[in-house]
Design a binder for this molecule. Structure first.
Ligand code: HEM
Length: 129
């Protein structure tokens, strides 16, 4: 699969799986919630693999400041997935922690959508090698 197709396919799959994570969390389907969390992390890993290949096809520096904005946002969003994981474990132990889990989960999901939008902007602005 070429990098552009691979990245687009797995990034869209990741977004759909994250929507399933949110839907199962809201319906308190804990087993499915955790299954979709694992699947979305796996899919995100494959999307990142293709994103790195895509970075070799495009001259990302030519896109200007949006490249630094996107790369920072994407790294912060990826690492911040640790927050809903930790607060999710805390929620399993004590349901009162759901307030934090909910806030952190929506913040990380919003950051993921913002990363996607800035990523598309960066690729549209970049020149292919
Ligand atoms: C990408 C990571 C995750 C996201 C985006 C996410 C999102 C959500 C959302 C939106 C809810 C619904 C909160 C509400 O009722 O307003 C929820 C509930 C919950 N999540 Fe997560 N979650 C994630 C990971 C995890 C993990 C790793 C665990 C456990 C190890 C976990 C355990 C739970 C539990 C126990 C609930 C409450 C279900 C209930 O109402 O009984 N979550 N999650």
């Amino acid at each position: 699969m070429n990098p552009a197709t691979g990245f687009t396919a797995f990034f869209l799959l990741t977004l759909m799986l994250l929507a399933a994570v949110a839907a199962t969390g809201l319906r308190a389907r804990r087993r499915w919630h955790l299954t979709f969390v694992a699947l979305s992390f796996g899919s995100l890993g494959v999307a990142i693999y293709y994103a790195k290949q895509l970075g070799q096809v495009y001259d990302l520096e030519s896109a200007g400041r949006i490249t630094a904005v996107h790369l920072t946002l994407a790294k912060v969003a990826t690492f911040s997935f640790l927050l809903p994981v930790l607060s999710g474990i805390a929620t399993v132990r004590n349901r009162a922690n759901i307030v934090w889990h909910r806030r952190l989960a929506w913040s990380v999901l919003s950051m993921t959508v913002l990363s996607a939008l800035t990523g598309v902007w960066m690729i549209l602005a970049a020149k292919p090698f």
